[in-house]
Design a protein around this ligand. Structure first.
Ligand code: ADP
Ligand code: MG
Length: 317
């Protein structure tokens, strides 16, 4: 059973990047407006996300690291999920892979709760803390030499974690974000709009060149045609607030809208947030939830193409 547990937990948390993503999702699901992230030793030493969200009531905190314990699945089941999390497995998997601590307090509760979970051992004590939650995972895979041995070097994992955080900033620019790596602030973003987020991630020159995009169910920014790069890694899509690996059809729709405005082989910078009804998308395709299945992809692609074309139409070129 020990091995079976490790295998199952490894589907959810196989590397520090997974821990970061899951803790970020929990903080966003909690309605946080400030997220402070700390990473040490490529995330194998420590991954912490501190938020100012709604916290976990002391009476419920002991449930949080139990497998399949989630406060998020309502009556409608998987077809009505409007939160980023829904499986109730992330904290459980984190506690199987390392030492999980939660320091949490809802604003209306006097004291905070401190939870420590490792494997199936869970302890909860009283503590004091600001409202919100600080979730930390320490010593990831310390007890799993095979898993530890196959991890990417810390520098490359930090690069990917920074890139992931950048995508969250781009798609949630109205929040305060800060990332500290081994004691050094790597990224900080003051609440603003999509253009402000582009400034944080790509710098002021890029920010000055993006155009706002707003259509039914789609918001974001796109670059003016002159801002071109011979790369495709600047097309950022989120579905209902979750950064996703966009289906090729949606990327193509953006490129089609630029049509002859861009030299062959180049691609624009685009940050597009899509809002779709919960029943029209399925994030439950892959443990990382970064691959989503979307209903009526051709229809959605047409909407994206039109929205981008409309945003470009206002520009003299
Ligand atoms: P899921 O997100 O799928 O519900 P998790 O294992 O990630 O499962 O979290 C378990 C539960 O712990 C959540 O349903 C939520 O009630 C609570 N929780 C976790 N992180 C936070 C947080 N940062 N703020 C408030 N509640 C949280
Ligand atoms: Mg979660």
């Amino acid at each position: 059973p020990e091995v079976a547990r490790q295998i199952a937990a490894g589907e959810v948390v196989s590397r520090p990047l997974d821990v970061l993503r899951e803790l970020l999702e929990n903080a966003l699901d909690a309605g946080s407006t400030r997220l402070e992230i700390e990473v040490e030793r490529g995330g194998l030493g420590l991954v912490t996300v501190r938020d100012n969200g709604r916290g976990i009531p002391a009476a419920e905190v002991g449930l949080a690291p139990l497998r399949h314990a989630t406060s998020k699945l309502g009556e409608g089941g998987l077809d009505h999920v409007s939160t980023l999390g829904f499986r109730g497995e992330a904290l459980w998997a984190a506690a199987q892979a390392g030492e999980l601590t939660l320091l949490t307090r809802p604003a209306g509760q006097l004291g905070a709760a401190h939870l420590r979970a490792q494997g199936d051992a869970v302890t909860v004590t009283r503590a004091s803390a600001p409202a919100g939650t600080s979730a930390a995972v320490r010593g990831l895979f310390a007890g799993q030499p095979a898993r530890r041995a196959t991890q990417a070097p810390p520098a490359s994992e930090v690069r990917e974690m920074t890139a992931l955080l950048g995508r969250y900033v781009l798609h949630h620019p109205q929040l305060y974000w800060r990332l500290t790596v081994d004691g050094e602030v790597r990224l900080s973003h003051a609440p603003g709009d999509h253009r402000g987020a582009v400034a944080t991630i790509y710098g002021p020159v890029s920010a000055n060149r993006v155009l706002p995009l707003a259509a039914a169910g789609i918001s974001g920014v796109i670059s003016r045609p002159e801002l071109t790069r011979a790369r495709r890694d600047r097309l950022h899509f989120a579905v209902n607030g979750r950064p996703v690996q966009a289906p090729a059809e949606l990327e193509q729709a953006v490129l089609d809208a630029y049509a002859e405005l861009l030299p062959a082989g180049t691609a624009p910078l685009a940050v597009l947030n899509l809002s779709v009804p919960p029943a029209a998308h399925n994030p439950n395709v892959h443990p990382s939830k970064q691959v989503v299945a979307l209903a009526d992809l051709p229809g959605l692609a047409a909407q994206v193409r039109e929205a981008v074309a409309a945003a470009l139409a206002g520009v003299p070129h």
